[in-house]
Ligand binder design. Structure first.
Ligand code: MN
Length: 402
């Protein structure tokens, strides 16, 4: 019912300017906050941090949680093991194409082992110090090891977007032949663009019948756009991290991919989005990476309005200057009207009434002028300042708020 209502709303709002026929209907979310997210510079999660984040991701209905890299340390192994044990969702553990890594992941009890090997020549030569032949051989052996243990296997040709296309097709076919359940296409260094990435996913589809997953990085600010282009091209799943944290400029953000898929594409994800703000705050606190105010969905300004025209419209009907297909309630956030240089009379009148004042129109205009002048000096106009302005303009509380 919720989805059909949204569908109608989208049609109403877009009025035919933007297509409303969904390019995809059902997609899945693979969260890598605890793995790629933890690889953010200066970030390290404790055992308890990992359990707290995983528990919430699980409760929200996230389809896969990549809990970590089990071979990394004893503490990492234990966290991955306990997350695999304590959650209902699919838990993945990362492994290089090395037997010890794969056995550690299998021993941790994860439902899915995520095996990766570089496939671009630059990484094969100067990171792995290996050859294309050896990469194919080790990848095949690794996928076989996982499948022999009866565990789901995801294979990632790392740096896929800078890999020789023919070789990429060969690697994908080779690991598909030995039973890889998922092929993840990582844009490891964030060089893809939506149209090119969509074309690549269609190429991959021709070389495998496994499920396709995408992993996109934000070096050019295109991570979310590329993940969505992946979905449009037929990818079944996207890897994301909460607040977009991760290596360098980070990954596609959980909140952005989830909300765009649900609100803009009307896709069915089965995720409880009302806890997105809670999830974002926990990850902000634990990671120590502050969320910028203008961050999509979860930033302080994402549902804030200051300018007079916008605030007046939103006070009358929030759909006027918000997406309409996404509301603050849907993500557990609150709409705010900010007082400052661009404020108009509607927001000032609303706040004065909320504070129990009953000003005349002349008084509202006078106080609005003071708010604008104060805001123009780059000062923050709080409710306290507003009350002070009201008193100084001889507006008194005639109605007492209950
Ligand atoms: Mn990555």
């Amino acid at each position: 019912m919720r989805i059909s209502l949204r569908q109608r709303r989208a049609i109403d709002f877009f009025q035919g300017t933007l297509a409303v026929e969904p390019e995809f209907t059902e997609v899945r979310i693979f969260d890598t906050t605890l793995r790629d997210g933890e690889q953010s510079p200066y970030v390290s999660f404790s055992y308890n941090d990992k359990i707290e984040i995983a528990t919430l991701l699980d409760e929200m209905g996230t389809h896969v949680i990549e809990a970590g890299f089990p071979v990394n340390s004893k503490a990492e192994f234990e966290a991955v093991r306990d997350i695999a044990e304590g959650t209902r969702t699919t838990v993945a553990g990362l492994a290089r194409v090395i037997e010890g890594d794969i056995m550690a992941a299998i021993d941790s009890g994860v439902n899915m082992v995520h095996v990766f090997s570089s496939t671009s020549d630059v990484q094969i030569e100067d990171s792995m110090h290996s050859t294309r032949e050896e990469v194919v051989e080790k990848s095949i052996e690794s996928v076989k090891l996982v499948k022999d243990a009866g565990v789901e296997c995801m294979f990632s040709p790392m740096d896929a977007t800078r890999t020789d296309l023919t070789f990429l097709g060969e690697v994908i076919e080779a690991v598909t032949d030995v039973g890889a359940d998922w092929i993840n296409i990582p844009d490891t260094c964030g060089v893809a663009t939506p149209t090119r990435f969509g074309d690549l996913i269609r190429f991959v589809r021709e070389h495998t019948d496994a499920y396709i997953d995408v992993h996109t990085h934000d070096d050019f600010g295109l991570a979310t756009a590329n993940a969505l282009a992946g979905f449009e091209a037929g990818a079944n799943q996207a890897q994301v991290s909460v607040n977009g944290i991760g290596e360098r400029a980070g990954n596609a953000a959980y909140e952005e991919v989830v909300m765009a898929a649900i609100s803009v594409y009307n896709a069915d994800l089965g995720i409880d989005t009302s806890r997105i703000m809670e999830l974002s705050s926990i990850v902000e606190d634990i990671s120590g990476i502050a969320t910028p105010p203008n961050k999509a969905i979860v930033g302080d300004n994402a549902f804030s309005h200051e300018s007079g025209i916008h605030a007046a419209g939103v006070i009358e009907n929030s759909d006027t200057f918000e997406p309409g297909v996404m509301t603050p309630e849907m993500v557990g956030a609150r709409r705010q009207f900010v007082l400052g240089k661009h404020t108009g009379t509607h927001a000032v009148r609303m706040y004065l009434r909320e504070e129990g004042f009953d000003p005349t129109e002349t008084q509202v205009r006078e106080i609005t002028r003071r708010v604008k002048d104060y805001g123009a000096e780059k000062k923050r106009v709080t409710k306290r300042e507003l009350v002070r302005f009201a008193r100084e303009s001889n507006v008194f509380k005639e109605k007492v708020k209950e």
